[in-house]
Write a protein that binds this ligand. Structure first.
Ligand code: NAD
Length: 454
């Protein structure tokens, strides 16, 4: 590891990655490789947890293509030196901001969208001119191997390298000095990453999780809202960081919601055979999720097959914030429904807890929508939809508080892997004496005027 990092630092110091044409060439190469490896990537992810080619394309590879295309279209503008206003105090001079790469970056990926979560930050890092080491999640072993062979057989390791491994390898990596660490995963491990980075004062981006609420108000167009919500919840068998974790709804509206939700689940026919469902990633998570199922509160589903690692899409009713299912991020196909007496009380309950990564609001009322958006802090979200905000390269994707820090996608990813260097560029022809000794009353008056005029 040390040798690879040293090589990357050496390579970074040659200034090669600062050439825009170099970055463009690497991004184009990555796009070609993705095309070349597409079927291999499909096979690997199917072996790991039975994710279909459709889901692998729409939720992972298409997003990577979009991120590469967005970077290729805009890289010259993003990397441009930006001229800004110079205050009168510095007259005559020019001021500008130069984006520069941070250096050697480490990207640690999560398992649930293994390609996207490792490679999308890498695209941003490359576009911004960094060298990259990816440590993909070890849990989907086949996808980790495919990424390793795709990158390691085709890129110079001094520029771009995948290091496979689990906890001990990550711990070892985290002892090293990087110029940027980009982590996607749990709050628990995110805390460890932040601590390790602090030793070297390395800047970090943490893409974490949390319990994302879906607030369903009585005035919403329920049929279409339920359709969107159920799709979002059970995609990837609920193993999505921005999946709606639980539903908040009024007691009077709950019955109709549950009826429609069951109808929608049946209509969607979620199953591995239908290629619209996946396995739970491992036995440990099957066990963890099983403990959340309170038989008394299951409204629909609840079947667990430990042999096939499949948990049926499950709805739970009469849930309270004290139930086991509400003590941690679910990250699986269980949807608890909690009722509220008033929207204000529901908002208060959300605000009592950690800031979520997402929040979804289903309503036709602009006033209530605005109230929720104003009063609750969360990473990002959607009105009358769930999860689809992630596909936009024009919006930053990231959490706040315990759901993460920093963001990426499109220009925001470029910014995440850049330092913005501020430069005052002053000719030597003229020099005013105001700031120099002796400090007279007249000079003070002039200084005040200059600050006032700016
Ligand atoms: P995780 O934290 O267990 O693992 C993430 C990475 O950290 C893996 O590469 C793993 O090898 C490494 N790791 C695990 N334990 C470690 C340790 N003790 N020391 C050092 N490294 C360690 O997370 P996960 O199970 O892969 O993913 C699930 C979590 O990630 C959920 O909380 C989910 O919400 C979150 N997530 C967030 C996003 C996002 O974009 N915000 C996306 C996907 C998943």
């Amino acid at each position: 590891m040390e040798a690879i990092i040293a090589k990357q630092r050496e390579f970074f110091n040659t200034n090669k990655t600062k050439e825009i044409n170099f970055r463009i060439a690497q991004l184009k190469k990555l796009k070609q490789l993705l095309k070349l490896f597409e079927s291999e990537m499909n096979e690997a992810i199917y072996k790991d947890f039975k994710k279909s080619a459709f889901d692998n394309y729409s939720c992972e590879i298409a997003i990577l293509y979009a991120e590469i295309d967005e970077a290729l279209r805009n890289i010259k503008t993003w990397a441009q030196c930006e001229k800004v206003k110079t205050p009168l105090l510095n007259f005559p001079a020019r001021s500008y901001i130069i984006p520069e790469p941070l250096g050697v970056s480490l990207i640690i990926g999560a398992w649930n969208y293994p390609y996207q979560l490792s490679l999308a930050p890498a695209i941003a890092a490359i576009a911004a001119g960094n060298t990259v080491i990816i440590k993909p999640s070890e849990l989907p072993a086949e996808t980790s191997h495919v990424m390793a062979s795709m990158i390691n057989d085709n890129f110079d390791p001094a520029f771009f390298k995948v290091i496979e491994g689990g906890v001990s390898e990550t711990e070892e990596l985290l002892k090293q000095r990087f110029d940027k660490i980009f982590f996607t995963g749990s709050v628990k491990v995110g805390t460890l990453v932040y601590q390790a980075a602090a030793k070297h004062l390395t800047p970090v981006t943490l893409e974490l999780g949390g319990k994302s609420p879906a607030i369903i108000l009585d005035d919403c167009k329920l049929e279409v809202c339920v359709k969107r919500l159920i799709w979002a919840k059970f995609l990837n068998a609920g193993q999505t960081c921005i999946a709606p974790d639980y539903v908040l709804i009024s007691e009077s509206f709950k019955k109709r919601f549950l009826e429609l939700a069951v109808k929608e689940i049946k209509k969607e026919k979620f199953s591995i055979e239908n290629q619209n469902y996946v396995q739970i990633i491992n036995d440990r998570n099957v066990e963890r999720l099983s403990k959340m199922l309170d038989k008394e509160k299951i409204f629909y589903g609840g079947t667990v097959n430990p042999q096939t690692r499949v948990i049926e899409p499950t709805l739970m009713e009469n849930v309270t914030f004290d139930d086991a299912v509400m003590q941690e991020e679910i990250f699986g196909p269980i949807l608890p429904v909690i009722t509220f007496e008033s929207l204000d009380k529901a908002i208060l309950e959300i605000k009592k807890r950690e800031k979520p990564l997402s929040c979804y609001v289903f309503t036709e009322s602009k006033r209530l929508r605005n109230k929720i958006l104003k009063e609750i802090s969360f990473g990002g979200g959607a009105i009358n939809d769930a999860m689809m905000h992630i596909v936009s390269s024009s919006m930053p994707f990231g959490g706040v508080g315990q759901s993460g820090m920093g963001s990426y996608h499109g220009k925001f990813g470029f910014q995440t892997f850049s330092h913005y260097k501020s430069i005052l560029d002053k000719p030597v022809l003229l020099e005013f004496n105001i700031k120099y000794f002796p400090h007279t009353v007249k000079k003070l008056k002039l200084t005040k005027l200059m600050f006032w005029l700016r």
